[in-house]
Design a protein around this ligand. Structure first.
Ligand code: NAD
Length: 503
């Protein structure tokens, strides 16, 4: 496998089915986190750029809504085939700008393709209901219709998968879309747009604007944008939800996370250790479902810790494209510095720093943004390494005495995206599933990400809004219901009646 090119690509917005050549007043460098090299330069959209993208989506909306379901599904199938055929290239783009290892990038692409496959079934998913003869000769039926122009705002950590959570469902349902991907790794979104165009998508149905808060805020205010689907850190999610809804839009805003893995003393400790390592350090801990807190009940902590240390000592961190790398860099220099600061603070606060990732060096990659796998023990809930989402390869062990203490700890968390329980006790697992106040629960599964045909979403500060992502909640989010009551004229119904039907 060859190393990625270091030549910087000039990126463009994708508007009206083509690269948008309008010069931008502001640009942003995009880095390869493994080398620090600038690999792309992205335009940062002004409000006027966003307006052009929304105008393009608005112009395409009627024609796309009028396009038959069969034709829309055919384009979705073609898009699915192109994604599959180009998955290696898409994964390489993800690795180059995000840093995650190739296998992980391919996994992200595979999970995104599953949503496209789900959206291929839109003719079935969007079906309404019909009740015959609700009153004499009167039938009632319901249909679901697209909203019009909808927008997506996405984070850096899944530059292919998270956009694919949104736009295939929205577009298959008959909406047109404006995507504002993360400015940290924006190239995947453009590649997705090119593939979708090749699949036969009409111009203007899918648009991409690069940018930052300026672009997001314009989308949140634009009167022609009917709904916003967003995934970000919690402060941004709160802002997106509050601003979007204040402007009359339907909004789902997924936020940050701090996911716990509870290990009971009866669990298979080898299995739990394997799972914790994968879930804490995969993608350098930059997954919204990453495990960042291991809640060890009773003597589980003493038994787990040596197993974790043993496994951590064998992990290989390096550039994502290298076949030997199991963990890549973190996304930016700022992110690395922030994580380093948390590690210093955790140690200063009295947590035991068992494995310190700040010492990691990767030969030949001195300018990469490296943080090695890090383990803290005896973490308490008032420390910032416990309360804050660090979003790096950092695992905290918190020790508690009982099952009830563990449940209390998890349910007291501000965040509620994912949680896992490791045990061989079916009764304990059943009670956990029933009582835990978290949106996605794993039983001996560390990262319980629902399949495309279920819905993805957390509770509390991990999601603002009413709908989770993809699955039937996604179909409902991107459509609105209409109920029709009708009868065919019948002479027996003649005569004025001011009454309300009593049946
Ligand atoms: P981020 O909040 O910095 O940025 C996300 C998006 O919001 C980007 O498109 C960015 O341009 C935009 N944005 C940033 N600041 C903004 C502002 N002030 N006003 C308006 N828009 C703004 O997040 P990130 O660092 O790219 O991604 C990591 C975060 O996303 C983590 O908190 C992670 O937990 C979260 N995340 C959550 C889920 C989930 O399903 N809940 C999934 C993936 C990522």
């Amino acid at each position: 496998m060859t190393a990625p090119s270091t030549q910087a690509t000039a990126l463009h917005h994708w508007i009206g089915g083509a690269s948008d050549a309008t010069p931008s007043e502001r640009t942003l460098d995009v880095h390869d986190p493994a080398t620090g090299d600038v690999v792309a330069v992205a335009p940062m959209a002004s409000a006027a750029d966003v307006d052009r993208a929304v105008a393009s989506a608005t112009a395409a909306a009627k024609g796309w809504r009028d396009t038959s379901l069969t034709k829309r599904a055919t384009i979705m199938f073609a898009f699915r085939e192109l994604l599959h055929a180009n998955r290696n290239e898409l994964a390489a783009i993800v690795t180059r700008e995000h840093g995650k290892v190739t296998a992980d990038a391919l996994g992200e692409v595979a999970r995104g393709i599953e949503v496209v496959e789900f959206a291929c079934g839109m003719p079935h998913l969007i079906k309404g209901e019909y009740s015959e003869n609700v009153s004499g000769g009167v039938d009632v039926w319901s249909i679901r219709q697209p909203l019009g122009v909808v927008a997506g705002i996405t984070p850096f950590n899944f530059p292919a998968m998270v956009p694919l959570w949104m736009f295939p469902i929205a577009i298959a349902a008959g909406n047109t879309f404006v995507l504002k991907p993360s400015e940290k790794d924006p190239s995947a979104a453009v590649f997705l747009a090119e593939l979708f165009a090749q699949a036969g998508l009409p111009d203007g149905v899918f648009n991409v604007v690069h940018g930052d808060a300026v672009a997001v805020n314009r989308l949140l205010e634009h009167p022609d944008v009917k709904a916003v689907s967003s995934v970000s850190s919690t402060p941004v999610a709160r802002h997106v939800y509050e601003t979007g809804t204040r402007n009359g839009k339907r909004v789902q805003a997924l936020g940050g996370a701090k996911n716990h893995m509870v290990v009971l003393p009866d669990a298979d400790m080898e299995l739990a250790a394997d799972a914790a390592i994968g879930a804490a350090f995969g993608s350098a801990g930059q997954r919204c479902m990453a495990i960042s807190v291991l809640v060890a009940v009773g003597d589980a902590g003493d038994r787990l810790r040596p197993l974790l240390e043993e496994r951590m000592a064998k992990l290989t961190t390096g550039p994502g494209h290298a076949p030997t790398s199991e963990m890549g860099p973190v996304v930016t220099r700022e992110s690395r510095d922030k994580i380093h600061a948390y590690l210093a603070q955790g140690a200063a606060d009295g947590a035991e720093l068992v494995v310190d990732g700040r010492t990691l060096a990767v030969a030949g990659h001195d300018d990469g943004y490296w943080v090695g796998p890090t383990l803290f023990d005896n973490v308490s809930t008032d420390m910032s390494i416990y309360t804050d989402e660090i979003f790096g390869p950092v695992l905290d062990i918190v020790r508690v005495d009982t099952w009830d203490d563990a449940m209390q700890l998890v349910n007291d968390s501000e965040y509620a995206n994912g949680v896992a329980l490791f045990t061989n006790d079916g009764g304990a697992a059943r009670r956990f599933q029933y009582e835990v106040e978290v949106g996605m629960v794993g039983l001996n599964v560390p990262i319980p990400v629902p399949m495309a045909y279920y819905s993805f979403g957390g509770w509390k500060a991990s999601l603002f809004g009413d709908s989770h992502m993809h699955g039937m909640e996604g179909v409902r989010f991107f459509t609105r219901a209409k109920a029709i009551t009708g009868r065919w004229p019948d002479p027996s119904h003649r005569g004025v009646d001011l009454g309300f039907p009593t049946n």
